[in-house]
Design a protein around this ligand. Structure first.
Ligand code: ADP
Ligand code: MG
Length: 232
């Protein structure tokens, strides 16, 4: 209990700091981007235009980092409550459906979605959105991402399985470190935030991955007391 309070306080301080820095960085970035875009328009020389485009790409990357840092600062609050898995699944899949459509990846769900967890709904939805985005991004066109919920003692397991790229053991060891990314457009903050939020909700995150075959991320969260009302 004490450990979690200290952890929550640490996250609140880190969150406040991250939000402050993110706001300070965002405004000058917006000005720089407009300036670079204006310079690109007036530039007839190909080589110089390419350089300006690469500056713009880096500005976009910084903007993504800042956006993800703002997530660190977002409601660390979020009181735990009874929340049905189907509600979490529905919200998370709606929020990632654009990305899934764009990459032609199908998301399916199975298991007893009436199971209920005891956690902050907003934080769990944010975690599933991060995990679904990673799963979709790991897939090629025609990939499949599967969500499955099942009871495991006093916990509810939520598995997110994809048949995407998978990870080698070296990558797997580093994935929850802040800023570790292998993706061109990545910030490397998704899994680090996700793991912290899951642990803050009294849960655990496990990742199993086979390079070239796919990945299963298993989120284990406390079951709501009454969830056995719904099991057969
Ligand atoms: P980002 O998505 O911005 O790269 P994350 O923290 O979400 O940051 O993920 C870190 C890295 O973990 C990714 O760059 C990728 O290499 C790896 N990864 C995460 N999820 C998966 C997955 N489902 N399949 C393959 N690799 C993954
Ligand atoms: Mg990610």
């Amino acid at each position: 209990m004490i450990g979690r309070t200290v952890q929550a306080e640490k996250m609140a301080v880190l969150g406040e700091f991250a939000t402050g820095v993110a706001h300070e960085v965002r405004n000058p970035l917006a000005t720089i981007k407009l300036t670079v875009q204006a310079l690109e328009k007036g530039e007839a020389n190909d080589q110089r235009r390419d350089l300006l485009v690469s500056v713009e790409d880096e500005i976009d990357r910084l903007n993504r980092v800042v956006g993800d840092l703002l997530d660190y600062g977002r409601p660390v609050a979020g009181e735990p409550q009874r929340v049905e898995i189907r509600r979490v699944f529905r919200h998370a899949t709606v929020l990632t459906s654009g990305l899934a459509d764009q990459r032609q990846v199908r998301i399916s769900a199975s298991g007893d979605s009436r199971l209920a967890i005891y956690a902050s709904p907003d934080q769990v939805i944010q975690c599933l959105v991060n995990l679904l985005a990673n799963a979709i991004e790991a897939c090629d066109t025609g990939g499949v991402v599967h969500l499955r919920a099942f009871r495991n003692g006093d916990r509810i397991n939520v598995d997110i399985t994809d048949n995407g790229s998978g990870m080698d053991p070296q990558t797997l060891r580093q994935v929850t470190e802040p800023f570790f990314t292998t993706r061109q457009e990545g910030t490397g903050l998704g899994l680090s935030i996700t793991r912290q939020l899951i642990e803050l909700n009294g849960g655990e995150l496990h990742i199993h991955s086979v390079h070239g075959e796919g990945t299963t991320v298993s989120v284990r969260l406390p079951a709501a007391n009454d969830d056995n009302l719904f099991t057969q």
